[in-house]
Design a protein around this ligand. Sequence first.
Ligand code: PLP
Length: 445
Amino acid sequence: MQLLRSLPKIDKFITNKAFDTLSSSLVTKIAKEEIEKLRAKILSKEVDNFSEDSLVADVVAKYQSLLSPSLIPLINATGVILHTNMGRSLIDPVILQNASKVICNYSNLEYNQDKGCRGERYEHVSRHLTELLGVEDVLVVNNNASAVFLILNTFAKGKEAVVSRGELVEIGGSFRIPEVMSQSGAILSEVGATNKTKISDYSNAINEETALLMKVHRSNFTIEGFSEETSYSDIKSLAESHNLIDYYDLGSGYIPALPYNLGSIELPISKILEDNPTLISFSGDKLFGSVQAGIIAGKKEMIDKLKKNQLLRMLRVDKITLSILEESIKAYMEQKYELIPTLKLLFTDIEELESRAQTMRQSIGEELCEVVESTTVMGGGTLPNREFPTIALYIRGKASTLERAFRAKGIIGRIERDMYLIDFRSIESRHEEKIISVAREVLSR
Ligand SMILES: *Cc1c(COP(=O)(O)O)cnc(C)c1O
């Protein structure tokens, strides 16, 4: 048992120079575990020899792996701007910097400085957001799924909510309108056919149990051909004449960033508000381009009722969300669209993308890659079946091998017709240096 006796003593072992810059409590914990493991292996005769150096190396490796972050930044070179798997909307560093003043300090989150008493959490974004949207009142919850849930639970629990069969959407993952409805306690009253729903379908469905008429934006699919959709203004009038609540789940929530706009591709929120809806809701991190949140807007009387629902406590947002959202809203108010990365990326001129791609091609080596025109989609369950022009750098070589090599270095590209593409539509200029250095490394192998 000579070997057992030669196992290092913990007190002495942790004074090794290799641990000098590391946390001694964490090193001690890991060292004890590693020495114990080694002792067990010696006893079971799995190990008949060891070196202290390799034990030190094991402890350092374990230390580093324990502290390696789980969430890491990636470069999105897929061209899909609202990539749900990669975090949807980007937050501009300036927005985060401004928000950090609130996040890193005590704040008036729920404190009324004038009166010296408890304040109202939701007042903060309300002032700016009601101004931006031109609505009576707003309420911000955790995400748009929460918004749908809260609205149905508050106004249609145990009652019927009427929705077109053409709008019973699944948003990906676990969000399906019919299921959210049943979880909320609302009874789904589906009307019309998949391809056609007329106003008479809605009116025929109304009975004493009906509480709400709901329209859902077909966020991630389109219905073409022999089809008919009822306009929101018709649904609104019908609801009004029966004293029912009308609610439009907009999904994305698009505010046109002048001088750019999406024309008829996606109706701006302002256009939908012309119909004077009782309630609308949309995501904070889709086309709106801010932080994950569910934004509810509409009549004050109804927002007040939502605020009284006990469930709100479970769906409420914290100061991080509120302060970032407030900064994004202020950027919209001042038309500083350069602070909304989602819109900035979407509306970057094709000429600018082309010139950046050419520059990158020069840096990587003209014989190794080629600038190509292509198309991309918005993603994130928005703007279905709409393609946007884009420019990509086609890297010569076996697409699947290149895809893997770039991915290992944190660059997620796209394969199209067996070509590996670095798509500039979703790339911020500040990441180009990194792409060039990875490309040089990968291509020199
Ligand atoms: C995306 C979407 C939701 C869910 O919004 P999240 O913010 O992802 O929770 C709900 N309804 C529609 C129509 C959507 O497009």
